[in-house]
Design a protein around this ligand. Sequence first.
Ligand code: HEC
Length: 693
Amino acid sequence: MTKVGICGTTLVWLLAAGASCAEVDTAAIAARDQGGNWLSYGHDYTEQRYSPLDQIDQDSVGKLGLAWYLDLPGMHSLNSTPLVVDGVIYFSGSWSVVTAVDARSGKLRWQHDPKTLEHVGDNGRILWDFNRGIAYWQGKVYVGTGDGRLLALDAQTGEELWSTLTLDRSTPRTINGAPRVFNGLVLIGHGGADLGPVRGYVTAYDAETGEQRWRFYTVPGNPAEGFENEAMQMAAKTWTGQWWQYGGGGTVWNSMTYDPELNRIYLGTGNGAPWNRKIRSPDGGDNLFLCSIVALDADTGAYLWHYQTSPGETWDFNSAMDIVLADLDIDGRKRKVLMHAPKNGFFYVIDRMDGKLLSAEKFGKVTWAERVDLATGRPVEADTARYLDGETLIWPGPLGAHNWHPMSYNPITGLVYLPYQELPGYYNDKGINARSWRSVNFVPSLGVSGFEQDIPAQSGWSALIGWDPVAQREMWKVKTPGLWNAGTLTTAGKLVFQGRTDGRLLAYAADSGEALWRYDTGVGISAPPITYAVDGRQYVALLAGWGGAAAALGGSIADQHGWQYGVHPRRLLVFALGGAATLPPAPAPIRPAPIDEPLLALDPERVRSGQVIFSAHCSVCHGSGGAGGGYAPDVRASAVAANSDTLAETVHAGRPQLGMPAFPELARDDLEALYQFIRQAARRESAARAGGR
Ligand code: HEC
């Protein structure tokens, strides 16, 4: 039922516009049946991404067609989950721009540009343009910006109601995750623990005013300054050396689940800063609360319990992947559980009353640990997992067996639909002296070698898995193209929807995994689809647009798909049964030819030093090893980079309004080294293609 709530003042205008103003509060977001709306990042607070709509089902899905689309000029990465509130679609796009669109017609209502690049400062050097989502509460839309603000917008007009800075911009913290709202509080975290000395935290703000209510740090700070609470005192006992100088990490950059039944928050925490434990905690230790699920009281932010998935993490094994709530029958008992499939490759089912581990099984290739011991709750690590003599090769690697792309859970089939990827990690800290190593702000600060080499296209593969969380086993699996396929949606029509790196959106039978329908969007898909209903008609909506971390630094494994910067259109696509709209012809995937001048002599010394500079300053956007994955121009094929003068000018001045930062401090020699490295990368790619790759 729709009531006139907080936005009564604009009632006259609203009635004139034929709109309504929903009372969206904790009870509304908690409801499993939202009357056709999609009110929160994961549909409702369970984060199941399950919709009770069933007009589109296994029988009718063959008639699904494009109802309408909206072009999104100027957008690049699109990773976001749209929300739908009473006939309006709201979503965040590149640079945290928020758009509101009429859900029936596709007509643009408003767009709010928070001018992220004007606020960003040095953070622009590590800033990806993507944003995973927004929150809605009582007529307001909330978005976190890449430069660290949390904004409240008027849902009717897009006007900014308040803005608060959630972080210190002189640190490499950045926001790309969705806020969550409950009980009049908005909760937001941040990322950045790969890019300097960062100590993770989440902050709760008053949803009406933006005033800070509470903050919870996920790792302990300097003991000399006193601990904020007993949880930090307890956590500090699991760290050694002078960890606080390195920040520690544990950022909450993605996953926060509110539990309305228990009035709790579950945080999914990230990797250590730096990744290498030998540096940040030289005498070992579990390093709480890295790579953990941490339960907090939602009113006060007080610590309740934690479960750590990768104790003493040293591989970038984030537990920042989604945390999904469900009631499952386990051993004849109904248990309130949470389900979690972090990077490390184990699927965890945990009793959310007390944090006790109920089961954990591998959902793919995992060699870093043999199993998880249910008695202790700890992984039984393989002897070779830690890079004891300076290097190791294990599965999975830093991109994870599952990343942020959300899984979904269908209570009818009892299955979880999980985007799986298989890629090993090569960890090497040879030549890195733990005593002299220092974190540097705004450059990859890992404590292991990284991002210098390209990631070959054939080094990994991926699948969509239908997983039974009670039996803890795979019920079906279908192969998906490349790596970094998008998150899933499941419905009461017993369907699963997933977009893929090759630009196709597919619908599968949720019980068998049989592909029932597909649509070619003309651009790689990184965002999860949603579904909603207006006027009795069910729709499926998707933001089509390649982007995110793998596109930025994935190298050839991303480049293979041929989604080039600025070439392939970004859109909001909306499907319905009988939809008959068509897209204009799309440019085919292309991989522009690298520019090689065979007679140009390259000096191996300079190429090597250029590689180091490139991996420190450029690869986060232009791709590992210089192999652009489509987030930014492919420098190997760039005429600007093929001329040492224009390269130097571009790097010195940047293109700050377009997301290319300025590097005025790079000296003539550095620029020459960069030039030579890029030419070498182009030469190598040119030879590889001539060799038939
Ligand atoms: C934070 C992301 C980011 C970083 C870091 C970055 N770039 Fe860029 N770069 C971009 C984007 C985005 C563009 C495209 C801007 C536009 O639309 O013109 C670009 C454009 C360029 C271009 C022009 C390409 C062309 O043909 O128009 C060159 C050359 C370039 N970058 C080189 C570099 C080098 C060298 C570094 C490291 C010193 C670097 N960039 C660091 C994002 C980045």
